[in-house]
Design a protein around this ligand. Structure first.
Ligand SMILES: *[C@@H]1O[C@H](CO)[C@@H](O)[C@H](O)[C@H]1NC(C)=O
Length: 86
C-alpha cells in the first residue's frame, strides 16, 4: 500500500496513517522528525510498539494522537498535553 509511504515534509501538521498496518518503529522514527506535527492518527497500525511510540511522544507540538486499542500507552502517558484517543 504505497499510499502509506511517507515523504517527510517537515512542515506537516496533520498525518493520518489509519489502517497502515505496515507502520513499524522505523516508520515512527521518521515521523518523529516531523517537528511541526500536531495531529497523528495511527488507528489500526499494528507494526510498532512502545519503542516507536516513545519517539512519537517526543514530538514537541503533538496535541492529538489516536492509537490502536492494543497499544501500550505508558510511552505517551507523561505527555499531559497530548489527547490520546482509541
Ligand atoms: C520497517 O519497515 C521497513 C519497510 O518495510 C523496513 O525496511 C524496516 O526494516 C522495518 N523496520 C523494522 C524495525 O522492522
Amino acid at each position: 500500500m504505497t499510499g502509506c509511504l511517507l515523504s517527510a515534509v517537515s512542515t506537516l501538521t496533520h498525518l493520518d496513517l489509519t489502517l497502515c498496518t505496515n507502520v513499524n518503529n522505523t516508520g515512527l522514527m521518521s515521523i518523529s522528525k516531523l517537528s511541526q506535527l500536531q495531529h497523528l492518527k495511527l488507528l489500526g497500525c499494528k507494526g510498532f510498539d512502545d519503542v516507536g511510540l516513545r519517539r512519537i511522544a517526543a514530538l514537541p507540538k503533538l496535541s492529538t494522537l489516536s492509537l490502536p486499542k492494543k497499544n501500550i500507552l505508558d510511552a505517551i502517558k507523561f505527555r499531559d498535553d497530548v489527547k490520546v484517543s482509541r
